[in-house]
Design a protein around this ligand. Structure first.
Ligand code: UDP
Length: 267
């Protein structure tokens, strides 16, 4: 289910002929009606690139709030398990490094990134409220920076941006001085982790990501090297979005502990 505000049907054409796959074009902030039984509701709806959520600030707040409410309502009505895709952005520009799930974060609610951060923080609160008040069987994954096939080249996130720029022979645009860090996880590994979490019985938030941390400048050099070294690296000091986190690295101790549960439960 998707309203394709930032996604594209092209990403799922290869699934179109499958009898066990169905696509529903819908905005999940509206009431969701599904006929028949449901085992699990996985709520991933939201713009996730800073460029996208700055372009759609109100839709981002609405999908985190109203969309999470509708998706939880569906899970409750069907007696289905519910998984929320949350984010490392709930930690804001962190003062604790690396970030364990117990860190409560440093978020600027009224800054430009606040629309995403607060939407996801509200979504986590709503998920725990449905868990406690309605006994919905819930899971919360906090997803750290991820990359992989089928990202839009104009998605705005740093990996597709740098790769696209390098392949077009354009300069790689480092925002700020490039000393800020991120930790990038390949999408297949992320999905494996999320699937194990879904099958586990762990109801508190779990970080999933790759703890290998890099500066953005190091990432630019890596992309430059891997694409043949012809693109130059340029520093755009003023392009850095306000409240852009200076450091980010997941503490995945909790995931390592609960991973065993998921692995044992696997069909
Ligand atoms: N960034 C950059 N050049 C770009 C795009 C992003 O230097 O062309 C930086 C951005 O300022 C941030 C980091 O790369 O510090 C990661 O940004 P991204 O948009 O991928 O996601 P975020 O982790 O900030 O949500």
């Amino acid at each position: 289910m998707d309203n394709l505000i930032t996604g594209s049907e092209g990403n799922i054409v290869h699934l179109a002929g499958r009898r066990d796959f169905r696509f529903i074009f819908q905005d999940v902030t509206e009431y969701i009606y599904i006929d028949g039984p449901i085992d699990a509701v996985l709520h991933f709806a939201s713009p996730a690139s800073p460029v996208d959520y700055l372009k759609y600030p109100i839709q981002t707040l609405k999908v985190g709030a109203l969309g999470t409410h509708k998706a939880l309502g569906l899970a409750r009505a069907k007696g289905a398990r519910f998984l929320l895709a949350s984010t490392s952005e709930v930690y804001g520009d962190p003062e604790v490094h690396p970030q364990p799930e117990t860190y409560l974060g440093k978020v600027n609610a009224i800054g430009p990134r606040g629309v995403y951060d607060e939407a996801k923080r509200f979504a986590e609160a709503m998920t725990m409220a449905y868990h406690r008040a309605h006994q919905v069987d819930t899971r919360i994954v906090r997803i750290f920076n991820t990359y992989g096939p089928r990202m839009r080249l104009d998605d705005g996130r740093v990996v597709p941006n740098f790769v696209g720029q390098a392949l077009r022979g354009e300069p790689l645009t480092v925002h700020g001085d490039g000393s800020q860090t991120r930790s990038f996880c390949y999408v297949d590994d992320l999905i494996e982790g999320i699937y194990r979490l879904l099958l586990s019985n762990y109801t508190l938030p779990v970080n999933i990501g790759n703890p290998a941390e890099k500066t953005i400048r190091e990432l630019a050099h890596l992309v430059q090297e891997m694409t043949g070294g012809t693109s130059e690296i340029v520093i755009h000091a003023q392009k850095r979005i306000e409240d852009d986190p200076q450091t980010r690295q997941p503490d995945i101790t909790r995931a390592r502990g609960s991973a065993r549960l998921g692995a044992a439960d696997r069909p």
